[in-house]
Design a protein. Sequence first.
Length: 324
Amino acid sequence: MYLTTVKELGTALLTKGTAFALTQTATQTNNSSVNDVLDSAQEVTASTADEVNRFVQYFNDNIPNLIAFGLKVIFAIVFYLIGSKVISVIRKVVGKSMERSNADVGVRQFVDSMLKFGLYALLIFMIATKFGVESSSVAAIIASAGVAIGMALQGSLSNFAGGILILLLRPFAVGDYIIVNSEGIEGTVKVIQIFYTKMTTIDNKTIVVPNSILTSNSLTNVTARPERQLDLKVGISYESDLKKAKEIVENLLLKDEDVIQDEEIKVFISELADSSVVIGLRAWVKTEAYWTTRWRILEEIKMSFDEEGIDIPYNQLTVHMANH
């Protein structure tokens, strides 16, 4: 019995000793982990502080340079704004002087585009030199860029040359109605620019045509002259009174307010066709009134022929049946 008690006591003491040892070990381990975390935090804090200190030191060392750069930027912005105003004034002065000299609208538009491009290029060149860029370097860059751009934009250069030819040869002007025969393009010229010409169609659509197309194709300038000849043909049947029909057409032309009475008016037999006698008429009208006059006279001829019993034939097939 005594021995059993001693054994139990020894076992209890051994258990307590083991638990104490484990507790000490865990405490040491936790303390070690906390110390590692604290050391890492201190290292990160020290590294960040060093970076901030280096940045502050760099900033302090370069404050004069940064101030000088900021002043250059402000100066460039102010210089650009002032230069833009000056360019605007120069463009207005040149435009008014050309307007007083009765220069063509297309020439004024083209010169204004060229002047704007050249003055802004000069302004940017001056700003670049103020930033410390050598003028010779800028000129070399511009020359190199010009060669590269010229090779890449051969079509644009041909359009530019086309614009020059349009202004020199003047095959048309702003306000003219032109037809590009091979391209099927037609409309009223609104703006002649460096590379393109803008035209407006009858239904108010805008067509942008490269200048090279206008100079390399045949054109029909419909409104080049202030007067335009009205040329119409009307067919009547062989049974109708020919002299009466001609008289009706001639009277309509003589009474029309848009027909120029000082010019020659002709009413004649144009053709003896298979199923009709074709009456032709020619008269001169103002170019701007051409279409309205054409439509009105055609309508008046039809109504007058109907009132006088003159037939206007149309294509028809007559079949004769033979009796056997």
